[in-house]
Write a protein that binds this ligand. Sequence first.
Ligand code: HEC
Length: 203
Amino acid sequence: MMKRFRYVSAAVFAAMMAGSGIARADANSTDEGLRVFKAANCVGCHKWTGAGGGGYGGAAANLRKTKLTLEQIELTIRCGRISKGMPHFDPDAYTDGRCYGMKASQLEPGRIPPEADHPLRQADIDAVAKYVVANIKGQGEATLDQCHSFFGAGSRVCDMYAKQDEGGTQHASAEQQETAETHHHMKVEAATDSNAPHQDAEK
Ligand code: HEC
């Protein structure tokens, strides 16, 4: 009973926060938003940092520098951008005028935003919109901490941010580089070996 009461008041609180335009995601909804950001492959176009950029078939917007409000971000994810590469994640976005008052039949085919490869339910759209506001919008340059929050503590993909944060070559990163080179070298040797048919046969 007590538990249910606490749950309800948390929900009311969240609604108040959303209503006042102060977008603050609690820890749980941030986790959920992060999960969606990965699962819906926002990363594929906007990168894990949200900084976007070219190289993924058109320049995805830099979400770290976005000026959009939570509501506008939610709309953009749900409806995509007409005539642009941002997909719509509501599968029914252009069936009944719910997006920008437009139906697919009213738009030239080339102007309809691409359909998302991973359509989302409204709850997931809300979660990922909150994640963008709480963890990406206005965050400046990506940091090592943010990288670890995204990929998991100690993740090797974050090594490049470690170097940046430490301001240059450090013993640790030099060692890591050596390890990486050794690995690479071993791989090359292995590849050469397997190219020799006689050695393969001997195994
Ligand atoms: C296929 C590539 C692609 C995917 C996947 C994608 N986006 Fe985008 N997104 C874009 C492009 C391109 C733009 C810029 C559109 C424009 O030029 O107005 C954009 C714009 C946005 C904007 C508007 C930013 C602004 O300031 O105008 C938001 C917010 C956004 N994307 C969030 C997301 C989220 C969240 C996801 C995952 C649920 C996602 N995007 C998935 C390509 C993508």
